[in-house]
Design a protein around this ligand. Sequence first.
Ligand SMILES: [Zn+2]
Length: 504
Amino acid sequence: MRAFVVLTVLAAAAANAQTTVVSGTRPARLIIRNATIVDGNGTPARGPFDIVVEGNTIAQIVALDPVAMRSGVGRRPAADARTAEIDATGKYVLPGLIDAHAHLQDERAGVAQPIDYELKIWLACGITTVRDVGSDTKKALAWRQASANGTLAAPRILVYPQFGRPTNADSARARVRALKAMGADGIKLLGIDRDIMQVMEEEAHKEGLRVAHHVGVEETNAWDDIHFGTTSIEHWYGIPDAAIVDGVQNFPSYYNYNNETDRFRWAGHLWREADPARLQMVLDSMVAHHVAWVPTFDIYEASRDLQRARTQPWFADYLHPTLEDYFRPDPANHGSYFLGWTSTDETFWKENYRIWMNAVRDFERKGGLVGAGDDAGFIYQMYGFGLIRELELHQEAGFNPIKVIQHATYNNARILGKENELGRVRQGYQADLIVVNGNPLENLKVLYPTGVDEIKDGKPVHTGGVEWTIKDGIPYNGPALMRDVKQMVAKARAERANHADRQR
Ligand SMILES: [Zn+2]
C-alpha cells in the first residue's frame, strides 16, 4: 500500500517535468528519483531518496522511506520547467568513482590513440575524477581545463607530473616551484635518491603540493616516505622492502633491474622475504605518519594469471588496435615482460598476492587510508575496466564491498585533498554521481559497462552497467558512450585493415 502511494506521487511529480535528460548537457536542475544510495563514507545502502542537483551541486537529498513519508519530512521535490529527471527506481546511486592512479594517454609507443577513447570509457565506467600521475603535462593541463569548463566529456582531472631526476638540491627545489607555477595539483615520484627526495618533499610541503610515490627498487623505501611525508605510496614496492631484515632482497647474481622479465619475476618473491613482525612496524608507522596506500592490485594480475589477463571479454569490441599492439609482448614496451612467463612465476605471484592483500587489510585495520587506482594502459589493463577489476580485487583481499566502494570514493577524495567536495552523496558536495543498474554491494561486476547476465523469473537477462554518470552536474549516458567507443575502435580497425590491403 505504501509502495503504491510512493509510485503515485512519483507519477504526479514527473508529470510536471518539462526537460528530458540530454547526455552531455547540464540541466539547470536535475532530480534523481527513488534512488537507493550507497554513500562513500563506509555506511550501508539506504533509500529510497530523491536527489536534487542544482547546477553542479547536490542541493537536497529527500528521504522517501515509509517512516519519513508518514512523519511528513518526506516531501518530494517538485519538478518545474527547468528540471530534468532520472528515474532510479530499483537502481543504486553512488558517488562518482575516483581513479587515484591513472595516466592520460593519447598515444601508445608513439602511435596516436584518440584521447576521447580513454575519457569516454572512464565516464562509462562511472569514473568522474582521475588523478593523472604522469603523462604529457601540457596536454594534461589543457584537458583538465576543458573538462572543468564542461567542453570536454571527461572526468575531473588532477595533474601530478613526473618529478624526473634532478641531480642536486637546488634543482630539485626549483623543479617543485616550477611545477607549482605550471599549475600542478601534486607531484609523482618514480625512482629518486634519498637526499633529493628529502629536499623535494620539504619544498612540496611548503608549496602545498601532494606527493605520490611509485617506489622502484631503489635507495628509498617506505621508511623514507614515512620520514619525509609522502601523501601516498603507489603500487606496493618500498613497503615489503622496508621490512627486509638484511636491507636487500635475495636477488640472483644475474639479476638486472632494467631487464623487465628479471624485474617482474623477482618482484614475485618480494613479499615472502618481508619479515612479518617488521612489516607490521612499517604499516604502523605509515598509519602514524598519514602515508596512504594505493595498491593497484589489477596492474600486476597478468603476473599471477597471464591467460586471464590476455583474454578479457571486453577486448572483443572495445580494445583499440593501438593499445592491442602495445600490449603485445615486446621488450621495448614497458610492462611487456611475460615472454617466457612460467607456471612457477605464476605460483610465486599467487603467494605474493596473498601476503600483499593481507598487508593492505592489516593496514586499514590499523587505521590506514587505502585508496584505489588502476594504472591502466599497461599490462593488459584497459582504462576504466581496470578500476572495476581493482575493486573486485579489494573484495578478494577481504574488504566488505561497502569498504571497497569507500576506497574508490571518499578515501580517494581524502588522498586528493578533496574530501570536502568529492566522494560523498551529501548535500553541498559536487554533483558527481553514478546511477547503477544493480546492486554493487552484491556484485561489483554490475559496474562493468558490458554488464552482467542474470536469471530473472526463470529467464536469462542481460543487465548491469552504469546507466548515468553525472560529473559536475552533467549527465552522461553510459551505453551511449560505449556505442561511441565501439565505433571508434571499429573505425580504427577498418583503417588498419585497409592499410594492410594496400601494402599487399
Ligand atoms: Zn602508473
